[in-house]
Design a protein around this ligand. Structure first.
Ligand SMILES: C[S@@+](CC[C@H](N)C(=O)[O-])C[C@H]1O[C@@H](n2cnc3c(N)ncnc32)[C@H](O)[C@@H]1O
Length: 347
């Protein structure tokens, strides 16, 4: 399924074009093809955009913020649909604004990803013709612009930061486009509940602290003192924006928010590292994502520091951490998640 969609994409991108925009998400591998003239790339994943820039692509990291591009300035948009509906609707709405009179939107995706529905909605939005080709369950849909509908698709006000009132779990600023944007991750809540015991210190924690894969900042906001030397990092552009907004709103004026792939751009070491790592990498190039989070944690933890991870019970974190840390301890599990303490980084 994946290969068919990628082959269709490559064929598309190899056609000569001017003023073409390729929108990339985690479902695109970094080395898919060499840079193509006339094509600019926008995507929300730091690792992917960095890899593409290194290859010579004109690629920009943003939370799919296309506001800088003038109306009717693009001839063709190519987009393999994302997983999240709000993102896809936002980008179809933007296509209606960005494409000139002979413009084309090319959507590629699997039936299971909702491509048929997205193509139908995109046709309504752009007002022109729709041509579809199928290869197995993967569809390539070409949509032209005629009389764009006035009513945009419901993108849940994609760009807007909003306040989430999660009752006992607190209030946070968040937005679509980042993992689990409107809820608290149950694993992260379990980690916060047990963190004081794990660290053998009361919350909020002082000192140098890293929130690795920070999302909108839930772990940092619940665990770290305002005066802590706090760094939050994530790979996703929406997460970085939301985390910055939360830290600013709560007065964490010393904190920094940094884009990275599992912390790889950071140089400083930390006494405390908090992490609820992601499960799957999309297209990771350096092997397993959990391994990369662990390797970076070993590099970034001070000799007497402690890293506190929460993972699903089935993830063999303890085994993967062997060779990287001299002390590995499972502090607790609740039948779904386990809390792992890592200390004494080796090497
Ligand atoms: C399970 S969520 C945890 C989010 C947040 N810490 C929380 O507790 O709610 C995992 C986070 O890792 C981020 N992530 C995924 N791949 C990453 C990578 N390669 N480097 C850094 N962060 C990544 C995701 O964007 C997401 O915010």
């Amino acid at each position: 399924m994946t290969d068919t969609a990628l082959n269709l994409l490559v064929n598309e991108l190899r056609q000569p074009a001017e003023r073409r925009l390729w929108i990339v998400d985690e479902n695109i591998p970094p080395q898919l093809l060499a840079p193509q003239t006339g094509t600019q790339v926008v995507g929300n994943r730091f690792d992917l955009i960095r890899a593409m820039r290194e290859q010579g692509w004109n690629a920009e990291l943003s939370d799919f913020d296309l506001g800088k591009l003038p109306d009717a300035s693009i001839e063709q948009i190519i987009y393999r649909v994302s997983k999240e509906k709000a993102v896809v609707h936002h980008l179809i709405n933007e296509a209606a604004r960005l494409l000139g009179p002979n413009g084309k939107l090319i959507l590629i995706g699997d039936k299971g990803e909702g491509i048929k529905t997205y193509a139908r909605k995109a046709q309504q939005r752009l007002g022109g013709a729709k041509a579809e080709q199928k290869q197995g369950s993967v569809w390539r849909c070409e949509l032209s612009v005629a009389q764009p509908a006035d009513a945009p698709l419901d993108d849940q006000n994609y760009a807007q930061m909003r306040e989430l009132d999660l009752k006992d779990a607190g209030q946070y600023l968040s937005k679509p486009g980042l993992f689990g944007w409107n809820k608290i991750d149950r694993g992260s809540a379990f980690l916060v509940e047990n963190l004081a015991e794990m660290l053998d210190r009361p919350l909020p924690v002082e000192g140098s602290i890293l929130d690795l894969g920070c999302g909108f900042g839930y772990l940092a906001l619940n665990a770290c003192a305002i005066s802590a030397e706090l760094t939050c990092t994530d790979n996703n552009a929406a997460a970085l924006i939301a985390c910055r907004a939360n830290l600013e709103a709560r007065g964490y004026t010393h904190a920094q928010v940094v884009a990275s792939d599992a912390g790889d751009t950071l140089q400083q070491r930390f006494d405390t590292i908090l992490c609820n790592p992601p499960f799957h990498a999309g297209f990771g190039v350096e092997g397993d994502l959990t391994d990369r989070f662990l390797q970076q944690t070993q590099r970034l933890l001070t000799p007497n520091g402690t890293a506190c991870f929460v993972v699903n019970l089935h993830i063999p974190l303890e085994r993967k951490a062997q060779g990287l840390f001299a002390q590995i301890h499972c502090h607790a599990d609740n039948g779904h998640f386990k809390l792992i303490q890592l200390s004494k980084p080796k090497g």
